[in-house]
Write a protein that binds this ligand. Structure first.
Ligand code: ZN
Length: 220
């Protein structure tokens, strides 16, 4: 990777700004020669309809430009049985460990479950909790197990507990993202993050670029 730039660790829309990790749902994954960095996984929302595609997970995830496994995870706000979600999540964890790739994780009302699975599975690969909206206490517990936290739209909202967690998230465990928000640019998210943390935006650009190289491009 050349000079430090904006890293959008999780987005559903390709963007010309900086480096983006384009989320690709496993059921839509296509073999191609694209140089676009991607993540691939079966989203908890799609488990019941598309569980069959899990057979293709390792093959798809093994592609060079697939840097992350996911988004995958746990969601207590949907009807899909939680035990089934856990089963599918474990398959993603195994895939990530087998291929030595980090994960992008979707978690709704399930941070304690996630923490428990992180510990139980003894996973070595870093997990990036995307769209993090937890409080300081759960943030610290996740950080202690080697997770990274990624923030996006929430930084513009009046959510004091999440903002407190954000302010206490060390920059070397931090990522930023636009997720599915088309109207939001990654530059805007960086500007907001820099303002909240009261640091120059270039510091964020440099240090998050370094996180990215370490995690995804296997550089010291
Ligand atoms: Zn997403």
């Amino acid at each position: 990777m050349p000079t430090p730039t904006y890293i959008n660790i999780h987005t559903h829309h390709p963007s010309p700004q900086g480096i983006t990790v384009l989320n690709t749902f496993l059921q839509e994954f296509q073999e191609n020669d694209s140089q676009q960095y991607q993540s691939v996984g079966l989203h908890p929302w799609h488990i019941e309809e598309h569980q069959g595609v899990l057979n293709n997970l390792t093959k798809a995830a093994d592609r060079k430009h697939v840097l992350f496994i996911g988004e995958t995870g746990l969601d207590r706000a949907i009807d899909t049985p939680f035990e089934l979600q856990k089963e599918v999540f474990v398959q993603h964890i195994q895939c990530a460990e087998q291929l030595s790739k980090p994960m992008i994780i979707h978690a709704v009302r399930s941070y304690p479950d996630l923490l428990q699975m992180r510990k139980q599975s003894k996973a070595q690969q870093p997990w990036v909790i995307h769209g993090f909206q937890g409080n300081l206490q759960i943030a610290q517990q996740l950080l202690k197990t080697g997770c990274y936290l990624s923030y996006g739209e929430v930084l513009f909202k009046n959510r004091p507990k999440v903002i407190e967690a954000f302010l206490q998230t060390p920059i070397d465990r931090l990522f930023l993202e636009t997720d599915d928000k088309k109207e939001l640019s990654i530059q805007q998210v960086y500007e907001q993050a820099a303002q909240l943390k009261e640091i120059p935006i270039f510091t964020l650009i440099e240090r998050i670029s370094s996180n990215f190289r370490k995690l995804a491009l296997f550089e010291g």
